[in-house]
Design a protein around this ligand. Sequence first.
Ligand SMILES: [Zn+2]
Ligand SMILES: [Zn+2]
Ligand SMILES: [Zn+2]
Length: 331
Amino acid sequence: MSEYRRDPVTDRWVIIAPDRAQRPREMTFDDEDRLESEYCPFCPGHESATPPSIVDFPKDSDHWDVRIVPNKYPAVRSDADDPGSPSPLFERRAGLGTHEVVVESPRHVVSLTDLEADQLERVVGSWRSRLAELAEDTRLEYALLFKNQGARAGATVEHAHSQLMALPMVPTFLEAELQGSRRYFDRHERCVFCDLAEHNLDSGDRLVYANDAVVAFAPFASRFPFELWVTPRGHAAEFQATGSTTNAAIADALGAVLDRLHQALDDPPYNMAVHTAPLRAGPLEHFHWHIEIIPALSNQAGFEWGSGWHINSTPPESAAAHLRKIATDTY
Ligand SMILES: [Zn+2]
Ligand SMILES: [Zn+2]
Ligand SMILES: [Zn+2]
C-alpha cells in the first residue's frame, strides 16, 4: 500500500510505494535490448494479462485501437486508507489516486514514431477523453499524463504505451508553473506561453516545427540537450478542452518533433509529460497547456541534485537549428 509523505523542510511530497518493487522488468536498464519475452501483455489476445479495461477506443466495438487499463503495479490507488499523521514533522496521506496505462496501438510497435498519423490522432483523442473523465472525480486535483520511452527512460514494457496518474494534490512543478505564469500575467497582462509561442514563431531561433494550431520549440532556458516544448498557438489552459485545438493538429506536431528527434539522435530514450491546468480549474487566463519532451541523454549528477539547477551542454538554438534541418517523410 502506498502513501504520500511530505518533506517537513521543503513541503515537497514523495510517494512511498513498496508494491512497485515487485513489478517485473521486460526491459533491462543496463542495455537497451529487450529481454527475450515471447509474451507481450499489451498485444491483442493477451488482454487477460492486464486488469480489465477502463475504456477501449473506439467505444462499444469488437476491436480496440487504443486501450486504457489500470496499472498492474500502481503507485497510487483509489481505495487507499488514510494512514494518519503522527506529528507535524511526519505528515502522511493515503496514496489516493489512479494509475493507468494507455496502450497506444494494437500492433506491437515500440514507439509513437511507428504509428500512422491517424493512429497517433486516436491516441491524442484517447488521452484527452480520459483526462476529461478523470476531472469528474472531485477527490482528484491533477492528472499527469506522461510517457517513458526506452528502458533508459524508465520503460519496463516495450509495447508503445503512456501512463496517466491522477493525484489528490497538484505536483510541485505545476505549482511552480502556475505561480510563475500568474506573476508574468500580473506584470504584463499576457499569458507567458502565448508570448513564447508568438515569439518563437516570429524569431525562429528556437523554433522546431509549427502547423496552423500548434508550435514546437526548444525553450530558451532548456535544462537538457534537445529539450522540446509543444504548445497550442491559441490560448488554452486545459489539454482536454477540445474546442480550441484539434487532435489532428496536436498529433501532427507531436509526430513531427518525435520523428525529428528519432532521426537526429538515433532513436533516443526520452520522457514526455503533459502540463495542463489542475482538474476543474476552469479557464485560467495565465496558464497554457504544453507538452515537455526530454531526451534521456544524461543522468542527473551531483550538481543537479545538489542545486536543482541544470548544466546543459547543448544550446537550445543549436538543437533547434539541427532539428529544423531534418525533413521527414511524413511531416
Ligand atoms: Zn505487444
Ligand atoms: Zn496562453
Ligand atoms: Zn511545464
